[in-house]
Design a protein around this ligand. Structure first.
Ligand code: SF4
Length: 495
């Protein structure tokens, strides 16, 4: 069993999780990576490949894993100036380094890790300094000397203009001093990890004292006595440490067992009360007042956006969201409902221009535009204004007239314990409008929509498949805005 850099980073985040992955992999069976997780991995690989353009003399080790170790030794014997994906193992440890560059002056190797991030991260599990310190120790144990260490990351200021400028896209951060300072601590962690992984399973794990969002899927395995809906599900309970820890210390897991509910307040109190009552807590007057201020026709609006580590489109930078689709349901005061939509099928040239031109035709900037988590729509609008300043006034008016329907739920005007403290539309919709579902659709989640659009615009995708994906994307986005219409109607009926 080899311990990789990824293992080490996981270990610094959660020892128990790594132990279970190594010894009880069956607990993780059937847990496929989400489209979002797959995309993160793919973006990392693409950034790695792109950063190699900075070193045109580099030699790539094509093999992956332990088979790459002898190949690395063979290539090193030829004294390359730069080596990509050099593989090294020492005792139980194994690393494959993104970039090693020979420094003639210091007579040793510069070690660079390529990160598809906009800056240097120093929090577990993505601690770039510890990541480098781990690699340095393994590589130096095999006889090489590391004289510098750093991270090559994306430049958040860069915007694509014409062909990609790799020198401008990447920033090299020299972390040599920090890596040297962290070496002893990282070495101690590596030794402790060897002992932990070779030892028996430890009982329980730390997440008993953390809210649900921090837990991994093995929590129920470690704590079968904790009910499915427990104190861990109370909205942001991790922020009320004294109260939460006290319950856990006294084995109070079920909400029914809480003996000091008077200590709860705000959203936590509302969720607890709704749970104990068995029905929602509704601020009828507050909702009525909020909705009465909306100006007809109500325009339920939603974007889908694409982003990538390596910019693909003119005017956009690393991870900048590129709006490629919108759906709009317009509800008149007399109840008439009309649907409009736009999808970028072939993103060439100034493709956000036709999208914006259609918005100008479809939207009334003087009436209310309703979205869910409006920050996202407003930010996309501001980007369109930056790209097309001639429509900045129209966009500003759209943003000024935007109402975030999510606030009804995030600000506790309507609280159902079944939301489990979340105001996400994917949590709210099935509870308040159960007949409306994404389940029958070809696309069911935002991260899937991004992956599907990427596939649709690929030159290699056959036209029939492109058409199928376009249909799926339109259906998905349409349901997003229709869901808001139905939630609005539901709220109006509350009286
Ligand atoms: S539930 Fe939390 S502490 Fe337990 S193994 Fe998972 S991540 Fe680690």
């Amino acid at each position: 069993m080899y311990i990789t850099k990824t293992d080490y980073l996981e270990y610094t985040f959660c020892r128990k999780n790594l132990w279970l992955r190594k010894h009880k992999p069956e607990l993780f069976e059937g847990q496929e990576l989400s489209e979002f997780e797959k995309k993160i991995i793919e973006e990392g690989n693409l950034a790695d490949e792109a950063a190699r353009q900075l070193f045109p003399d580099g030699v790539l080790i094509e093999l992956v894993g332990m088979r790459a170790v002898p190949q690395t030794q063979n290539v090193l014997a030829l004294k390359p100036s730069t080596l990509f994906q050099g593989a090294f193992s020492f005792n139980e440890f194994f690393v494959q380094a993104d970039i090693l560059r020979w420094n003639e002056v210091l007579h040793g190797w510069e070690l660079y890790e390529v990160k598809a991030t906009n800056d240097v991260k120093r929090e577990v599990p993505h601690h770039h300094v510890n990541d480098l310190a781990f690699q340095k120790q393994v590589i130096e144990s095999t006889g090489l000397r590391i004289v510098k260490a750093g991270v090559i990351h994306l430049n958040s200021e860069y915007r694509q203009k014409g062909t990609l400028n790799f020198q401008a896209l990447f920033i090299t951060a020299d972390l040599t001093e920090e890596v040297l300072a962290s070496e002893v601590a990282v070495h101690e962690e590596m030794e402790a990890m060897k002992i932990d992984l070779a030892g028996p399973e430890k009982k329980g794990c730390d997440c008993l004292y953390r809210g649900r969002s921090a837990q991994c899927t093995t929590f129920a395995y470690s704590y079968p006595q904790v009910p499915e809906y427990s104190v861990h599900d109370i909205n942001r309970i991790g922020g009320s440490k004294a109260l939460f820890y006290d319950w856990i210390d006294r084995s109070i897991f079920a909400l029914e067992d809480i003996d000091n509910p008077e200590k709860l307040n705000g959203a936590k109190k509302a969720q607890y009360t709704a749970y104990m009552k068995g029905s929602p807590i509704i601020d009828h007057e507050g909702i009525k007042e909020m909705l009465s201020e909306l100006v007809f026709p109500l325009q339920f609006f939603d974007y889908e956006g694409y982003s990538s580590a390596i910019p693909r489109f003119e005017g956009f930078g690393a991870y900048e969201q590129v709006p490629f689709q919108y759906s709009l349901h317009t509800l008149q005061e007399d109840g008439t409902l009309e649907h409009k939509e736009f999808l970028v099928r072939d993103p060439v040239g100034d493709f956000t221009r036709p999208l914006l031109d259609r918005m100008v035709k479809d939207l009334n900037p003087n009436a209310t535009v309703i979205s869910w988590y409006s920050t996202y729509e407003k930010q996309r609008n501001m980007k369109l204004a930056e790209l097309h300043p001639d429509q900045a006034d129209f966009i500003e008016r759209i943003n000024d007239n935007m109402f975030d329907l999510m606030t009804v739920f995030s600000q506790n005007y309507y609280v159902d314990a079944k939301f489990k403290g979340s105001a996400s539309i994917k949590k709210v919709l099935p509870i308040v409008v159960p007949h409306l579902t994404y389940k029958a659709l070809g696309i069911q989640k935002g991260d899937q929509a991004i992956e599907r659009w990427e596939k649709m615009i690929a030159k290699s995708t056959p036209q029939t498949e492109k058409d199928q994906i376009a249909g799926d994307l339109l259906e998905y986005c349409k349901l997003d805005t229709f869901a808001m219409v139905e939630i609005y109607r539901f709220l109006m009926k509350l009286g």
